[in-house]
Write a protein of this length. Structure first.
Length: 195
């Protein structure tokens, strides 16, 4: 039998399934487990794992097939948790068991809870969106917004001042002004005078 080098490996799905099937049977048994069944008085191999508690799902009991079936029939996730109902548990699981706080609310208690949350009110604004001014509803992706928001470098600003162009002019309008000035000021049209 030819031995494979470390660089010869099969990454196909079927090869992975075969490899996993060796370690775990279709029944969920861990065939490589050398533990004994955790049930008192049972000497069979413990190839099936079952969680020890709801609070610590990383610790397991190891049972034989008969005892894991009995354990699964009695297992109730909500048995230890007396306070929350299943609906409350589902709602808590939606936020990973962490309590959430509202950003704002109508009650005076919520408004005064975080004074920095209403900093805009101290500056005399009734609506926080007023801080943005005239450009509050302007779409930044539109061509008019991009051209009006763009800051020109000093060299380009000086060139526009020389041309007499305005800030709101388009490229085509600037080109027209430039061509008109070229026709008027070119040395060939002024008998060679560079002035």
């Amino acid at each position: 039998m030819r031995r494979r080098t470390p660089l010869e490996f099969d990454i196909s799905v079927s090869a992975d399934k075969k490899k996993r099937a060796r370690a775990r049977g279709m029944s969920g048994a861990v065939e490589t487990s050398s533990r004994k069944c955790d049930q008192a008085g049972c000497e069979k191999p413990g190839k099936y794992r079952a969680p020890k508690s709801v609070d610590n799902p990383d610790e397991f009991h190891w049972f034989c097939l008969d005892h894991v079936r009995a354990f699964n029939q009695k297992w109730n996730f909500f048995d230890a948790a007396a306070a929350p109902s299943p609906d409350e548990q589902v709602q808590a699981d939606g936020v990973w068991g962490r309590a959430t706080k509202p950003f704002s609310g109508s009650s005076e208690k919520l408004r005064n809870a975080n004074p920095e949350g209403r900093a805009w009110h101290r500056f005399g604004f009734d609506d926080p969106h007023e801080l943005l001014g005239d450009k509050a509803t302007l779409n930044p992706a539109s061509p008019t917004a991009r051209s009006s928001q763009r800051r020109l470098p000093p060299t380009e600003r000086k060139a526009l001042d020389i041309l007499g162009a305005k800030d709101d002019m388009t490229k085509a309008e600037i080109r027209k002004v430039y061509k008109a000035l070229v026709k008027d000021l070119h040395p060939d049209t002024n008998s060679g005078s560079r002035a």
